[in-house]
Design a protein around this ligand. Structure first.
Ligand SMILES: [Zn+2]
Ligand SMILES: [Zn+2]
Ligand SMILES: [Zn+2]
Length: 209
């Protein structure tokens, strides 16, 4: 029994030593937030924040960090990451006042081009510009390669029809305006909200802007 107790003491010492050794390479969320206050556009720090938040124990600072990261991601036009951070905040801190500070209506608006669907239905084919013809052979179905006998065009298998749209000249495509996401980010507003939320917790008058 004594042998086992001795072993677990050794193990505890080893774990504590490892934790101390790892500390300098893994800054905690509070440290990173402090640095971001001075350099909010530092993307390396934002990356460190994301890493710190993923492993940190739940605390007020972590809730703030998730909200900060959400708005920073919106400012960087990374809506997927912003959504993920918001989801994480809502799951880990369902009663957090920071949740109220994250309003999609303020940082993004519905894309007017596609009405938020992210798609353009029955739009002119991007490959052939709606011309229906195979762009590689310009609709001839044959391409001349050195020899005098033209070969079948491999892009359209010799049909002369645009392979992307099957010759219809139209198809569904991603909305070019919003990149298929259905929303357009108001990056300047997102940056304002992001830096406002970076202030130390006790310096904030409420959380809502
Ligand atoms: Zn086409
Ligand atoms: Zn062709
Ligand atoms: Zn759109």
């Amino acid at each position: 029994m004594g042998r086992y107790a001795g072993f677990s003491v050794l193990l505890a010492v080893a774990v504590a030593t490892a934790a101390r050794a790892a500390a300098p390479t893994a800054p905690d969320a509070a440290q990173v937030l402090e640095q971001l206050r001075r350099a909010p556009k530092n993307l390396v720090l934002l990356d460190q924040l994301r890493g710190a938040l993923a492993t940190a124990q739940d605390s007020e600072v972590v809730a703030q960090g998730l909200a900060v990261y959400c708005l920073a991601a919106a400012w960087l036009d990374r809506l997927d990451e912003a959504h993920a951070a918001q989801k994480s905040l809502a799951t880990r801190f369902p009663a957090s006042p920071y949740l109220k500070a994250l309003s999609w209506e303020e940082v993004s608006r519905v894309c007017g081009q596609c009405n938020g669907s992210g798609e353009r239905r029955n739009a002119p084919c991007e490959r052939c510009n709606g011309a229906r013809k195979c762009p590689a052979c310009r609709g001839k179905g044959k391409v001349a390669v050195l020899s005098k006998n033209p070969l079948n065009c491999s892009a359209c298998n010799g049909t002369g029809r645009c392979a992307a749209c099957g010759g219809s000249g139209r198809g569904d495509s991603k909305c070019a305006q919003c990149g298929g996401r259905g929303r357009i980010v108001a990056r300047t507003r997102a940056f304002q909200l992001y830096t406002a939320l970076l202030k130390p917790v006790d310096a904030q008058v409420g959380v809502a802007p």
